[in-house]
Design a protein around this ligand. Structure first.
Ligand code: QUE
Length: 353
């Protein structure tokens, strides 16, 4: 059995992530299988659109195959992690530029690499059970998969808040951050999928989606307050923490504690990558920066320690090195993310993109 189910239903190319025991976390084989299907369907005139969902009852996708990246990192097989990032980011770019409608059901958990195979799509559906997040600063990594592009373009510095804290958001906030387009109540999702699989052309997509769409329940209280945008607008992590400590909302104090538990190096390099991404002209340019940073970070202590604490030993007690923001030098950050990035990721698809 493959970890991704691929078939055709009428004019619809269907992809179902099928690794439910790992919340459909993306392996290299899954990434490659999705890429191959999308390329085949892009050239096949009998396929009019693509519909993606996930099997199991925990979520669309928990992220990338962090366990495999960890194993590659501790055994020094950097070619394996490089191959994974290359194919994953190429897939993210292919989805963003896909010439046919790419519909995706972002039900329940959608994190990290799961955001990468959904938020770049053209028709992104969330439900009242959706939980979207970019939790990588908790494992000594950063919001990749085009995350720096997406988060840097979310309104009112809400993307900086998401990328640094790793907080999950529901449907209303996902719509507001432009990570999703449409709300459908989870009770209607099976009927919607069945109806979409019966659509005869792209002309019937909008009416079909419209028939099942509804109003998202209101967002979290935190997302309503303007203080988030005020605090996360600062240019250094230290200044963000100082601003949060000066806020009266008790939720700000909770965020301080959460940020203090993340990898200090991850926080600093993530903030810099997000600020640079806001100045970069395209998703392609952001992916080039991410490809450089991902290869540098997987070799670092904090990635190995972060994955160990969160996923391998599950003791939730990472010992970051250096342990404080003050001890992360500007030189260490520049070594990870130099001012100019040599484009080394091939994002071309001959004959298509
Ligand atoms: C950060 C991440 C991931 C994570 C936890 C983080 C991630 C990922 C998983 C994950 C979750 C459940 C599984 C699994 C992997 O957790 O990318 O195999 O069963 O895939 O803090 O980026």
């Amino acid at each position: 059995m493959s970890d991704v189910t691929i078939y055709v239903s009428g004019v619809c190319g269907r992809i179902t992530l099928n690794r439910p025991k790992a919340i459909n976390a993306l392996t290299l084989a899954m990434v490659t299988a999705i890429q191959t299907a999308l390329l085949t369907w892009a050239r096949d005139a009998s396929i009019h659109f693509v519909l993606v969902d996930g099997s199991g009852d925990r979520g669309l996708c928990a992220g990338g195959d962090i366990r495999a990246l960890y194993t590659a990192s501790i055994s020094g097989h950097l070619d394996e992690s490089t191959a994974f990032f290359r194919e994953e980011y190429r897939l993210n770019f292919l989805i963003a530029r896909y010439p046919k409608p790419y519909l995706v059901v972002m039900d329940r958990l959608v994190m990290g690499g799961g955001i990468g195979i959904s938020a770049h799509g053209s028709h992104r559906i969330v439900t009242e059970r959706s939980e979207l997040g970019m939790p990588e600063t908790a494992i000594g990594f950063f919001p990749d998969i085009g995350g720096t592009y997406l988060l840097a373009r979310a309104p009112e510095h809400f993307g900086t808040y998401l990328g640094l804290t790793g907080r999950r958001i529901g449907a209303a906030d996902a719509l507001r951050c432009r990570l999703a387009d449409r709300f459908v109540a989870s009770a209607h999702i099976p009927d919607l999928i069945e109806a979409l699989e019966r659509c005869a052309s792209t002309d019937s997509l909008e009416p079909c989606l419209q028939a099942y769409s509804g109003q998202a329940p209101v967002g979290t209280p935190a997302s309503q307050g303007e203080w988030i945008g005020r605090c996360f607008a600062h240019e250094t992590v230290e200044d963000i923490l100082t601003a949060l400590r000066g806020e009266s909302d008790p939720e700000a104090g909770v965020l301080v504690a959460e940020l203090e538990a993340k990898s200090p190096t991850s926080l600093k390099v993530t903030l810099l990558a997000l600020r640079r991404a806001s100045l970069l002209p395209s998703l392609a340019a952001c992916l080039q920066q991410e490809f450089h940073l991902a290869q540098a970070l997987v070799q670092q202590h904090d990635f190995k320690e972060g994955v160990r604490a969160a996923i391998i030993d599950k003791d939730r007690n990472p010992r970051w090195q250096p342990p404080t923001l003050q001890q992360v030098t500007p030189e260490a950050i520049v070594r990870l993310l130099p001012a100019t990035i040599e484009p080394s990721l091939d994002l071309s698809y001959p004959g298509l993109l």
